[in-house]
Ligand binder design. Structure first.
Ligand code: XMP
Length: 435
């Protein structure tokens, strides 16, 4: 292995990720493991140079105080206890845990002097280590990957492709709710440029017919999610000899689904929901990376900037931005107006500044005038928000001239639209999406 690693054992601290990020910021790779890892498992981890037992508030599980296996002290690895309570710990971490500099200062002696770790954590080394690990795990077997074209699945695809080439089979399901040019970009980058084994499924008609007349947003989400798994499963059954499923799970997905001591924040739905009779091993090479590291990995693997730095896009796609029961004319109005918005934001440099921006088409019409005659057409709503964690959001104060230009273009270029509005609502009281 090219990288040294400091292992953090989670003994109930809320701040494992802050600690891991601080160690990575020192240039040393760090991963978090549950407190009950065995000595054998610990020794088998690649490149491990030392262990930090990170204690905290949640160290009682089901009424019993938890502790690490005593044998881990016999592994010969340097081990230190850290936490906020000086009485119990050899390294006292700062109370103000967002202070990365202070945490780095507190642990750097242990990391470099005691463990002798080298500052060799960088994307080149990460990728070459992961390529080796993927090859060890998969051998000459095949891996199936649902490639949505989102950041995580794209980076996983590029990494798996580097590791196993033709033994990776990517399936791209176009549910008809993608943004303009998105499926085409997947075909261009992965099918043509990188020559990946890519199965493209245009399931637009199938999704839209299932969604016909369905108004309720949650019902729409269920149909889109359920149908997605069914289409993917059908494709999987057509393929022979698949033993592994690749997944773009990243570290925040794992944290949000709860660790052994942390409470579950929200359940995480990846495309793992395949039936029990289809059993695959999982390959999740990004599962220890934070989002910015995933992007850096994508850049290092040569993926286009727009693919790696694109804004978040919900799984149900434009389906939750074409409000109420989806119709093809309104879906096209969402797609075309979204494309104009994205183009103009890029021209104005707002694409690098604004967290998420998109258009919405509601399911009611308004009266207007076009060519001296009365029109009765759809409105388009523009939304542009900034946020850190999507739990709260503020709106972007867009220059009037830019809004004006976008409005004119939408009115001139998008059929069946006669009105454009800008959504001024922060979250709360609104959510980011309209459905
Ligand atoms: P809300 O509307 O809840 O959105 O303020 C917060 C963030 O989550 C995204 N979002 C979704 N992502 N499936 C997804 O994968 C969904 O059903 C979904 N709904 C909302 C939304 O785009 C925003 O970034």
């Amino acid at each position: 292995m090219k990288q040294d690693m400091i292992v953090i054992l989670d003994l109930g601290s809320h701040h494992n990720t802050v600690l891991a990020r601080a160690i990575r910021a020192l240039g040393v790779y760090s991963e978090i493991y549950p407190h009950d890892i065995t000595a054998e498992e610990l020794k088998a981890l690649p490149g491990v140079k030392g262990v930090i037992i990170n204690g905290g508030e949640n160290n009682v599980v089901d009424g019993v105080a938890i502790d690490v296996h005593p044998e881990i002290y016999k592994t010969g690895l340097p081990i230190i206890a850290a936490g906020h309570d000086k009485a119990l710990c050899e390294v006292k971490l700062p109370e103000f845990t967002a202070d990365e500099e202070a945490i780095k200062e507190a642990v750097k002696g242990f990391v470099f002097d005691t463990c002798g770790a080298e500052a060799n954590w960088n994307m080149t080394n990460f990728i070459s280590d992961q390529v080796e690990l993927i090859r060890q795990q998969v051998g000459d077997k095949k891996v199936l990957l649902a490639l949505s074209g989102g950041v995580d699945s794209s980076v996983v695809a590029a990494l798996l492709l580097k590791a196993i080439g033709d033994n990776l089979v990517c399936v791209h399901v176009n549910h008809g709710l993608m943004r303009k040019g998105e499926s085409e970009a997947v075909i261009e980058v992965f099918g043509k440029q990188l020559r990946a084994n890519l199965v493209y499924v245009d399931a637009t008609d199938r999704f839209l017919s299932k969604l016909e007349g369905v108004e309720d947003p949650e019902q729409k989400r269920k149909i889109i999610g359920g149908e997605f798994i069914r289409v993917f499963e059908e494709e999987a059954r057509k393929l022979d000899g698949i033993d592994f499923l690749g997944q773009g799970t990243i570290y925040p997905d794992i944290v949000e689904s709860g660790t052994k001591t942390a409470k579950m924040v929200k359940s995480h739905h990846n495309v793992g929901g395949l039936p029990d009779d289809m059993q695959f091993g999982l390959v999740e090479p990004l599962k220890q990376l934070f989002k910015d590291e995933v992007r850096a990995c994508g850049v290092e693997l040569g993926l286009p900037y727009e693919m790696v730095y694109r804004q978040p896009f919900p799984g149900p796609g434009l389906g939750v931005r074409c409000l109420g029961a989806i119709t093809r004319d309104r879906l096209e109005a969402v797609r075309e107006s979204d494309a104009i918005l994205r183009e103009e934001f890029a021209l104005a440099g707002l694409d690098k500044k604004v967290w998420q921006y998109f258009t919405i088409v509601p399911d009611f019409k308004s009266v207007g005038v076009r060519n001296n005659a009365r029109s009765y057409d759809w409105p388009v709503i523009i939304r542009a928000v900034n946020t850190i964690d999507a739990m709260t959001a503020t709106i972007e104060h867009i220059d009037w001239a830019i809004l004006d230009k976008i409005t004119r273009r939408i009115l001139a270029e998008v059929p069946n639209v006669n009105r454009v509005c800008y959504d001024m609502s922060p979250k709360p009281s609104a959510t980011i999406e309209w459905e």
